[in-house]
Design a binder for this molecule. Structure first.
Ligand SMILES: [Mg+2]
Length: 171
């Protein structure tokens, strides 16, 4: 049961992702959460580091697609700025949005990684589909009230997974 919530990688942030390593795992695309994964929650200011990271992923041949539970307008603005497609109002952990992301990228689920900052939406959503899942620490601690509440449960599960040795890569 715990395995359904267990990320394949747990990192400080997206910049710690070893792109060469995931390329070796035959991963061709990334389905990425936006809020508190790429950008602070409800923020649309894209800095140079993020632009460079997106460019680097593309250079390595990775296709990117944002998959966000947030409302369409803001997500689409950010996606346009970064020149990557987006699936909005995703209702993660439901499978539908991930499937839509896969069809946009034109790849199979075993060729993609999901990246996100929340265990119960991003990671659980990925694992229930058998997708490689990368958990990152939230970019900032400002977030939706409900998310803040869920963090308490996430914290408990994370500690348990670490104690059981289920999470292998921790920074
Ligand atoms: Mg998020």
């Amino acid at each position: 049961m715990l395995k359904m919530f267990c990320p394949d990688m747990y990192l400080d942030n997206i910049y710690d992702i070893d792109i060469e390593y995931i390329k070796k795992k035959n991963i061709k695309g990334l389905l990425i959460d936006l809020d508190n994964t790429l950008l602070p929650w409800n923020c649309c200011i894209i800095d140079q580091d993020l632009r460079d990271w997106v460019k680097k992923c593309k250079k390595y041949g990775l296709s990117l697609c944002i998959v966000s539970n947030n409302r369409a307008r803001r997500i689409n603005e950010c996606a346009k700025e970064l020149q990557i497609p987006a699936v909005t109002r995703a209702i993660k952990p439901r499978k539908k949005a991930f499937l839509k992301g896969l069809s946009i990228l034109g790849i199979e689920k075993n060729q993609v990684a999901v990246i996100g900052d929340q265990i119960f939406t991003d990671i659980f959503g990925a694992k229930r589909m058998g997708i490689f899942a990368i958990l990152v620490k939230p970019v900032c601690n400002r977030e939706f009230v409900w998310t803040r509440l869920m963090r308490k449960f996430e914290g408990i599960i994370l500690k348990l997974m670490i104690r059981k040795g289920l999470i292998s890569m921790i920074k």
